[in-house]
Design a protein around this ligand. Structure first.
Ligand SMILES: Cc1cc2nc3c(=O)[nH]c(=O)nc-3n(C[C@H](O)[C@H](O)[C@H](O)COP(=O)(O)OP(=O)(O)OC[C@H]3O[C@@H](n4cnc5c(N)ncnc54)[C@H](O)[C@@H]3O)c2cc1C
Length: 445
């Protein structure tokens, strides 16, 4: 029995919430009021990626009763960290960099409290002067950030394929990219950023939402999880903060009107490309690693070059290689994350044997880096991102979609303006403002 609820409401808790919802009209007005008081959220956010969390964090701060639902066991969506043995690696977003005002603001807040490993010019940044939408109010939730990669390089893989270069080695084909912006990671993994944004929020994990029903009489949504043993929550507004293709079945499930929002075709037009991440753990002596003279952290050595991340912009299979273990000073085991190109992933996205897909990517990396040991990791994992990167974002002035008919419902995500963390934060915060306007005409605090 919950002791934060008056005695007379306990009867309601004993009812299955589906039953409660179906029979609500038969209950006395006293119980009807109680039902709403107990069960109703102001806003339900579906998706605990950075879009959903940024949105929920603002609404929570403005005093709304908001809960976030996610199908997975973790937080962060494509900002993803996995643990193996005593260490961890980022198999989704690799780092966060200043892509626009939202990531600048986020980095400003994270870098302001802790002293990260950054260079002198890094402290003279053009961070926004006026702080309007802070991410959270609790400095205790802030993760530490370090600058990573410290030495990104780029491989000209089209030249690496040529006969003479295969035999002469590839070190002369590696160069420092001119355009790489400074980027950062929490050494404990990128999900620390999601956990930071989730601070103080009601996040309900392992809740895959499969159906939305509008109760026009009561002016609320019933949000049904796939697992029918989980209580369906009720909310005045719903925000779908999921990749566009995952929003479509939910938009098509709307009852009782059976009518999807007018903008559903805009959601259908969004295109995502898949991506594979292959993660390998290696024996340290099998790879050409040398400690960086300044930090002592092992880096990949190629001739006189050393790198911790390598872009492969012209390769057909391999897009990026990151020495993920160099994000942490405490990892003895080299862990490498390899990311495929869109084109390779599109060809293999429905393959059933992911191990073979991973092997193909490792073979290509071994060939390009002239390092056969890359094909023989001590352990290997393959992550398929079916909706990896948005390739055709929403063409709309607002970075979200919203309707009031039949009830308040919105869609948000990185795909509303691009394909990166900046776009996720922009969309999440923008729809929070819009929902606030719709729910409450008073000015935002
Ligand atoms: C391999 C890879 C590397 C990347 N690297 C970078 C990088 O270095 N820098 C950068 O800026 N960006 C990077 N990105 C892009 C970045 O990760 C995304 O732009 C951003 O994380 C998108 O956030 P989001 O909240 O919009 O979506 P997501 O992170 O996809 O979150 C959506 C959430 O919704 C949940 N969900 C979906 N359907 C349901 C449902 N029916 N019920 C409940 N929950 C549901 C999912 O579980 C997920 O948690 C990378 C992406 C990938 C795939």
């Amino acid at each position: 029995m919950r002791d934060d609820v008056p005695y007379q409401f306990h009867l309601l808790y004993e009812l299955d919430s589906d039953e409660l919802y179906e029979n609500a009209s038969k209950l006395s007005p006293f119980y009807l009021l109680s039902f709403e008081e107990i069960s109703m959220l102001d806003v339900a956010v579906v998706g605990a990626g950075l879009t959903g969390l940024a949105c929920a964090q603002l609404l929570h701060r403005w005093g709304y009763d908001v809960a976030v639902f996610d199908k997975s066991r973790g937080l962060g969506g494509r900002v993803a960290t996995r643990r193996v043995n005593t260490t961890c690696f980022d198999h989704g977003a690799r780092f966060v960099s200043r892509q626009g005002s939202r990531t600048q603001q986020l980095l400003h807040e994270l870098l302001a409290v802790h002293t990260p490993i950054i260079s002198a010019e890094e402290t003279q940044t053009d961070f926004p002067k006026s702080v309007t939408d802070q991410f959270v109010e609790h400095p205790s939730a802030l993760p530490t950030l370090i600058s990573w990669p410290r030495s990104p390089h780029q491989l000209d893989s089209s030249a690496a394929n040529s006969f003479e270069n295969v035999f002469s080695g590839v070190q002369h084909l590696i160069r420092v990219p001119q355009t790489d912006a400074q980027s950062y990671v929490p050494p404990e993994g990128m999900t620390a950023i999601a956990k930071f944004l989730a601070h103080g929020l009601d996040v309900r994990r392992q809740h895959r939402i499969t159906q939305l029903d509008a109760n026009l009489e009561r002016r609320c949504w019933k949000i049904t999880p796939e697992d029918r043993s989980q209580s369906p929550p009720f909310a005045r507004a719903v925000i779908l903060a999921v990749p566009a293709p995952q929003a479509i079945p939910l938009l098509e499930s709307l009852t009782p009107t059976g009518r999807a929002p007018d903008w559903i075709d805009q959601v259908r037009a969004i295109e995502f490309s898949p991506c594979f991440s292959v993660i390998g753990g290696y024996a340290a002596q099998s790879l050409p690693l040398q400690p960086d003279p300044q930090t002592g952290i092992p880096m990949w050595q190629m001739g006189d070059r050393h790198w911790d991340a390598l872009h492969c912009p012209s390769d057909e299979i391999l897009a990026w290689v990151g020495l993920d273990s160099s994000k942490s000073r405490h990892s003895d085991e080299p862990i490498i994350v390899f990311q495929s190109t869109d084109a390779f992933a599109a060809t293999h996205v429905d393959d059933t044997d992911l191990g073979l897909v991973g092997d193909r990517i490792l073979e290509r990396a071994a060939q390009l880096l002239n390092c056969p040991a890359l094909c023989d990791p001590q352990w290997q994992q393959v992550q398929r991102w079916r909706y990896g990167f948005c390739r055709r974002p929403l063409a709309s002035p607002d970075p979200y979609l919203i309707t009031h008919q039949p009830l308040l419902l919105g869609c948000a995500g990185d795909w509303c303006s691009g394909s990166q963390i900046e776009d996720a934060l922009t969309s999440g915060q923008a729809i929070a403002h819009r929902i606030h306007q719709a729910l409450d005409s008073s000015s935002i605090p």
